[in-house]
Design a protein around this ligand. Structure first.
Ligand SMILES: Cc1cc2nc3c(=O)[nH]c(=O)nc-3n(C[C@H](O)[C@H](O)[C@H](O)COP(=O)(O)OP(=O)(O)OC[C@H]3O[C@@H](n4cnc5c(N)ncnc54)[C@H](O)[C@@H]3O)c2cc1C
Length: 237
């Protein structure tokens, strides 16, 4: 979605893959984007107060994710499907969230496994010109592997393939502004009754996704969407 003209509600839809645009008239728009994307999309159609509210938000986080294909003997016997490793490198307060494929679940050939590890990271350094992006990515990759080596046998004999994703990757492939993931964060100032609502100042434009109450996660965004469906049914019948 590239632009919305209001009155009548007209959507100019851009297809990035085909590099084409088409125009649709509609009764309602439900935008499944972060609030930062919504303000970019709607520009001056949204009141200045809404823009200011978004601009005042503490910067949401991004994620660094490492994807490994390994020989199964790199993992302990009966390794659980999900693990969390608390930061082993001092007071950084970071955790690695790890998902491991299970033998026979179709995600890896027999005798092999996939290992996906993610951590939250501030988005800003990944977009700053005075930070060497390639070097930062290398540091994060090395640190994550070093952290996991305490639990898994990760060396040349077991590591078959490795890729990593940074906030820049998420920005490029999901179009989320600055690759923010994980919603807006859980702070009293912007949670519950103070959270962004599915209603926007524009009566026929609504918002869903991890930026509205109750926030991130598959369950959270599904609950938010269900609430919006009820609102729309009540309001428009
Ligand atoms: C590494 C990682 C691990 C996670 N693990 C879990 C987990 O284990 N359990 C869990 O419950 N949650 C997890 N989450 C969180 C969960 O993925 C998100 O909360 C959820 O996907 C958010 O849904 P959404 O609909 O708000 O946004 P998205 O899933 O990002 O969907 C928005 C969609 O809109 C598209 N889009 C954006 N802008 C435009 C545009 N201008 N035009 C067209 N399309 C556009 C995007 O491409 C995207 O497909 C994880 C997130 C990350 C990053």
């Amino acid at each position: 979605m590239h632009a919305i003209e209001l009155d009548p509600l007209r959507l100019l839809v851009g297809d990035r893959l085909r590099q084409s645009q088409s125009c649709h008239e509609t009764d309602l728009v439900i935008a499944n984007v972060p609030v930062h994307n919504l303000t970019n999309l709607l520009g001056a159609h949204l009141p200045q107060g809404y823009h200011q509210r978004v601009a005042r938000l503490p910067e949401p986080t991004g994620a660094f994710v490492i994807y490994l294909a390994v020989r199964r003997h790199a993992l302990p016997d009966q390794a659980p499907p999900h693990m969390q490793i608390l930061d082993a490198f001092g007071a950084l307060g970071r955790s690695l969230f790890i998902s491991l494929s299970q033998e026979g679940d179709g995600r890896a050939p027999a005798g092999c496994a996939t290992l996906t590890a993610s951590e939250f990271t501030p988005a800003a350094p990944w977009f700053t010109s005075d930070v060497d992006y390639v070097d930062l990515k290398r540091q994060f990759t090395q640190r994550a592997i070093a952290q996991m080596q305490n639990y898994f046998l990760l060396d040349e004999s077991t590591l078959l393939h490795q890729e990593s994703a940074t906030p820049r990757t998420f920005a490029r492939f999901t179009a989320r502004h600055r690759g923010y993931v994980g919603g807006l964060g859980m702070r009293i100032a912007d949670f519950g009754p103070f959270a962004f609502s599915s209603r926007t100042p524009l009566g026929r434009v609504f918002l869903v996704g991890d930026n509205i109450h109750p926030g991130e996660g598959t369950a959270g965004v599904s609950y938010g969407a269900q609430t919006l469906v009820r609102q729309i049914c009540q309001q428009f019948g």
